[in-house]
Design a protein around this ligand. Structure first.
Ligand code: TXA
Ligand code: MG
Length: 352
């Protein structure tokens, strides 16, 4: 039986994102303490949270999302002081390091403490932890009085939700409550790193880049090369962020990309209104107006492009396009994160 379908109605509760009302937070915290799941905003994407110390509650996350049971979940805390409860003997050096980035979009892998069950970590001895930089998330964790396990609040395989409406699109009737704190700031999931070995390893690129981290951590090693015995972020092996229509990622210089997309679209035989193009402000006007054209923003505003990505991917589903062509970018700095998500959404990659 799918326990996620026992909730006939999902409540959407608007909450002030900067100064969340204590009575609304208390209502959500009560659900968490009672072993229920609650969707809430973070500065990256919306999370689907449950008491990380309660196996039955964590199980409801897997059920509601249809998440493969071997994919571990990030544990969220509301202060660096809480780290000692969820991880085993964090070194003073690592505590100093995370204090520098938290609250923020950085997830770090630690050895788990006994309070965190193998259900959360999918059988691993390690646990992924982060302290989010969103007032609603922090207030909810703190009012619940326990660490909150939370993956992104989407049906597994769908783009992560960057608004409460996206959560409702995916999980209506499967969860009791969504705290609506408006659109999220970064629009993609946190950076995940493992700093337990000699060389730091990037498990998932995110808003904080390796260039941001290297002054403190040194050069990053390749996952799998450096410590081959360690699993890389297990979630990265699944298809992710995928819209319904096949997405072709086109690489090259902007002018060449536009010509290639026009050529591919023509040869596809689809009518223009069924062609989706994920482009940029600089190239938008070069595509026919009958295409479903969505601009991520300016090529010179990479964080803005990142913030818009998942909303655009979801929009293509609503527009029922039959093919999507996405412009590619040089994988430098924060654009490496954008390209990571585009590659995961893509069914094919072509070069001009
Ligand atoms: O920004 C975020 O990180 C959002 C918000 C809600 O905090 N959460 C999120 O969770 O993106 P999720 O479950 O969608 O992605 C978590 C990733 C997965 O790729 C998972 O495999 C990896 O982190 N992960 C979790 N625990 C791990 C562990 N112990 N070792 C390696 N990877 C782990
Ligand atoms: Mg996810």
């Amino acid at each position: 039986m799918d326990a996620g379908q026992l909730h006939l109605k999902t409540s959407l509760l608007k909450v002030d994102p900067l100064a969340p009302q204590p009575s609304l937070i208390a209502r959500a915290a009560r659900l968490i303490k009672n072993g229920e799941v609650v969707a809430f905003p973070t500065e990256t994407v919306y999370g689907l949270g449950a008491d990380a110390t309660n196996d039955l509650a964590v199980e409801k996350i897997f059920e509601a999302k249809g998440r493969p049971s071997d994919n571990p979940i990030i544990v969220h805390i509301s202060s660096v002081g809480e780290l000692g409860k969820v991880v085993r003997n964090p070194s003073p050096k690592v505590v100093e390091f995370v204090s520098y980035y938290w609250p923020g979009p950085l997830t770090v892998i630690f050895k788990k403490s006994s309070s965190i069950s193998y259900r959360v970590t999918a059988g691993l001895e390690t646990v992924a932890v982060r302290m989010p930089a969103h007032p609603v998330a922090l207030a909810l964790i703190s009012a619940s009085g326990r660490p909150i396990a939370a993956p992104s609040a989407n049906i597994s395989g769908r783009p992560s939700p960057t608004s409460a409406q996206h959560v409702v699109e995916d999980l209506d009737g499967r969860i009791p409550l969504v705290l609506d704190g408006g659109e999220t700031h970064y629009g993609v999931e946190s950076t995940v790193i493992d700093i337990s070995g000699e060389t730091p390893v990037l498990l998932r690129p995110g808003p904080i880049t390796t260039a941001d981290l290297s002054p403190l951590l040194g050069e990053f090693g390749e996952p799998g090369h450096v410590h081959r015995e360690r699993p890389i972020a297990p979630g990265m092996k699944y298809v992710h962020y995928a819209p319904n229509a096949p997405l072709t990622l086109v690489l090259g210089k902007p002018n060449g990309i536009v010509d290639k997309v026009l050529d591919l679209a023509k040869r596809s035989g689809s009518s223009e209104s069924k062609i989706g193009v994920l482009c940029t402000d600089e190239t938008y006007s070069r595509y026919p107006p009958d295409f479903v054209r969505l601009s991520l923003g300016s090529r010179f505003a990479p964080y803005e492009m990142l913030r818009n990505l998942y909303r655009c991917l979801r929009f293509f589903d609503k527009a029922k396009v039959s093919a999507i062509y996405a412009e590619g970018f040089d994988e430098i700095g924060i654009n490496a994160t954008l390209m990571n998500r585009l590659r995961k959404a893509a069914t094919s990659v072509v070069e001009t």
